[in-house]
Design a protein around this ligand. Structure first.
Ligand code: UD1
Length: 363
């Protein structure tokens, strides 16, 4: 059996790595296609190294652009690859533009698609990722969900229950495997306590007056504790537009985007994480680290219901208050672990793929 995997952007890599391994252990032939949506070494190459992923078999080198440009560029470059390689199944990951573009190509070529991390919904269609999630799930033949709310969302959208498989969280597979290694990547001079911040969503960083206010709030927080902020390239561009400089405050430390192990080490030791990322909401829940999400909604409600995550929305007073409560020791009661976030989600995916081989071929 031949499975072709499509990755494109940073959050895809930690999801695909364990699935590639689990399928290889079953003797399945893997082909890895990198769309090139993320292309900086710090956003891509270093993840391949640290996650011990095979080199991509091909790189479509689509780069950046508007949503339509990026999605169309992946489709145009990916279609001939699928025709030439003739996979029995294409696996797509997460909710980035590359995910939807690849699923759409396969659906039109009648090649079976599996979506890893299916069923997540923020119910906010202003998010490009929500559009990617909704459409990818409609086009997929196998839907691998990380938590039971994903199954419920898919059933509500009339997806055939026979296609839905609750397998758990593949990103946690990677975390479980690499957490022991992350220990060695803690900077020697790291003072305690500190807050860790990441922001890259257009809703936070493309709205410049709001970004300015957010930065002012972080400067204020940095009077209480060190604030460490690895800066995504999109956010870095916006910083230059709001006139922020790297020495805005001695205790607000901007870093380059961090490799996987370094960032995991930073998360694990943080007193508090402030983010708008999806994956970090899940990782902090697993690690038991308090997380404040600067968004009005989340496609990962289980991290709020059962984990350490709190949504603070676009409300800086709420952000300040929640941060103060955490720093005073008011940690949220958590009901960990989330079922099936156990390091074996990718094994479950591999078993299902093997079991459904004949069905995939006959489809
Ligand atoms: C994409 C995903 C988002 C995910 C994020 C993780 C979509 C719609 N968005 O957002 O869901 O959370 O990746 O990082 O797919 N850039 C670089 N170097 C790179 C990549 C990007 O400088 O290697 C800059 C470019 O100026 C680019 C901008 O970052 O225009 C945004 O990149 P893009 O891939 O469009 O979206 P992200 O914001 O990274």
């Amino acid at each position: 059996m031949h499975v072709l995997h499509v990755v494109g952007a940073r959050p895809n890599f930690m999801k695909a790595a364990p699935v590639l391994r689990a399928l290889a252990a079953h003797g399945i032939q893997n082909t890895l296609v990198h769309t090139g949506q993320h292309y900086d070494a710090a956003m891509s190459d270093v993840f391949f190294q640290q996650l011990e992923m095979p080199e991509p078999d091909c790189n479509l080198e689509v780069g950046s652009g508007s949503h339509a440009q990026q999605t169309a560029a992946v489709m145009l470059a990916f279609e001939p690859v699928v025709i030439e390689r003739q996979p029995d199944l294409v696996l797509v990951y997460g909710d980035v533009n590359s995910t939807l573009a690849a699923a759409l190509v396969c659906a039109k070529l009648a090649v079976p698609v599996g979506h890893v991390e299916a069923g997540l919904r923020s119910r906010d269609r202003t998010m490009p990722e929500e559009i990617n999630r909704l459409l990818t799930d409609q086009l997929s033949d196998l839907l691998f969900t990380p938590s039971a709310d994903g199954d419920e969302n898919l059933l509500r959208e009339d997806i055939d229950p026979a296609k839905i498989h609750l397998v758990g969280n593949v990103m946690i597979d990677t975390l479980v495997r690499l957490l022991p290694k992350a220990e060695a990547h803690i900077p020697a001079d790291l003072p305690q306590p500190y807050a860790l911040v990441t922001l890259h969503r257009p809703s936070n960083v493309d709205d410049l007056p709001w970004l300015r206010e957010l930065l002012d709030t972080l400067v204020e927080l940095s009077q209480q504790l060190l604030v460490i902020f690895p800066v995504h390239p999109r956010t870095r561009q916006r910083f230059s537009e709001v006139g922020s400089s790297s020495n805005i405050s001695a205790r607000l430390r901007f870093l380059e985007p961090q490799p996987y192990l370094e960032f995991l080490a930073l998360q694990q030791r943080a007193a508090l994480v402030i983010t708008d990322s999806g994956g970090i909401q899940e990782e902090t829940t697993y690690l038991g680290v308090p997380c404040l999400t600067v968004r009005e909604n989340t496609e990962r409600p289980i991290t709020v219901a059962q984990g350490t995550n709190q949504l603070v929305g676009r409300d800086l007073a709420r952000l300040r208050k929640a941060a103060a409560e955490i720093l005073e020791g008011g940690r949220k009661e958590v009901r960990n672990p989330v079922p099936l976030w156990d390091g074996h989600a990718s094994d479950r995916i591999a078993n299902i793929v093997v079991r459904r081989q004949a069905w995939l071929k006959a489809r």
